[in-house]
Design a binder for this molecule. Structure first.
Ligand code: DCM
Length: 131
C-alpha cells in the first residue's frame, strides 16, 4: 500500500518560540492546532513541499533544517514527516488557518494540539531544551 506523505514545518524563532496554526477545515479537525504543512505533490521533494506549503498557507519563506524524528502516524494511509525550519523572510499570516500563535517555553501546551502533532511538540520541546 502506498502512503500519502504529509510534511509539516516546526518554525522556530528567537526565544525558542514555535509557530502553531489552528485548522479551519475539515470539520473533524477544525479548531485543532497543528504544525503547518500539507501533502507532497507529484514530482516534488519533501523539503520543496514544505517550502511551498509555508508560502501558500503563511506567506513566508522558510529555510528547512533538521528532520524531527521519522514517520509520525497519521490517519490510515497517511504518514507525517516533520522538519525544523527558520523564517527566511516575511511575517506569518493565517491565509488558510483560523489563527496563528507563537508559543514560547511554558506555553507549548496552551493550544489544543491535534493528536498527531502533540507528540511532535513534546519531541521538539526536548530538542530545544538541549540548545
Ligand atoms: N495533518 C496533521 N497534522 C499536521 C499536518 C497535517 O494531523 N501538522 C493531517 C490533517 C489531514 C492530513 O494531515 O488529515 C492532510 O493535511 P492537509 O489537509 O493540511 O493537506
Amino acid at each position: 500500500m502506498s502512503m500519502v506523505v504529509v510534511v509539516a514545518a516546526v518554525i522556530v524563532a528567537e526565544g525558542r518560540r514555535v509557530l502553531a496554526a489552528q485548522r479551519a477545515a475539515p470539520a473533524a479537525l477544525a479548531g485543532g492546532w497543528e504544525f503547518p504543512g500539507g501533502k507532497v505533490d507529484p514530482g516534488e521533494s519533501e523539503p520543496e513541499a514544505l517550502v511551498r506549503e509555508c508560502r501558500e498557507e503563511l506567506g513566508v519563506e522558510v529555510a528547512v533544517g533538521a528532520q524531527v524524528g521519522g514517520d509520525w502516524p497519521l490517519s490510515q494511509g497517511y504518514v507525517l514527516r516533520v522538519w525544523l525550519c527558520s523564517l527566511a523572510s516575511g511575517v506569518p499570516e493565517a491565509r488558510e488557518h483560523l489563527a496563528l500563535r507563537w508559543l514560547g517555553p511554558g506555553e507549548y501546551y496552551d493550544v489544543e494540539w491535534l493528536g498527531a502533532d502533540l507528540p511532535i511538540m513534546k519531541t521538539v520541546e526536548n530538542l530545544l531544551e538541549g540548545d
